[in-house]
Write a protein that binds this ligand. Sequence first.
Ligand SMILES: [Zn+2]
Length: 228
Amino acid sequence: MRRALINLSAVILILLVASLSSSADPITQLPTHEKVVALTFDACETITPAYFDMPLLNYLLKERLPFTIFISGKFAREPANALVIKQLSHNPRVKIENHSFSHVLHMERLPAQRVRDEVLKTERIILKLTGKRPRFFRFPGGYCDRRTMALVESLGYRVVRWTFASGDPDRNITPLRLKRWVLLKTRPGAILIFHINGRGYSTAAALPVIVRELKRQGYRFVRLDEVF
Ligand SMILES: [Zn+2]
């Protein structure tokens, strides 16, 4: 009986270690129950060129908020964007992370080499512009499977999604609706996602109200790399 118990606890221990060493799912939550949230912004471009939402960016900088930007290589290559990224790299509150090169939705349909290229090409661009190697990767649209997850992790990345979609790329969402939705859904440890590429149509108007209200509720803000 005792031996069986020892064996059982050994099995549990092995399972626990296995679950810690390989993450089966993307990160969707900060490892905390405290009133802490991460502001994350996607800066991606698909067919037509996209540029930084300067009113939104200036607000974040003025408020001295810590935040994380997931950047696609194509977006970062635009000279105007590259200049902003270089400036941001001197700001200790901002971290630039990897959001693929060409923002192919459904990277899980790509062959392995193409997946690696998407990650490494952008990694080189970010490293060159900021002097810092990205550690987190966000799949375009959040779409991935175990194979693509494992591929990206084998390149040294943690894969991050979001806790709930803010819906800010929707042209029909008003600042008021965006604010109500985000405040309704935010819980301690939430990873919030917005767009900072000019495709978050109400984000610059809604975010100051969201941040003010969350602060009033006792929340503080962190960069992803501070908590993982
Ligand atoms: Zn994106």
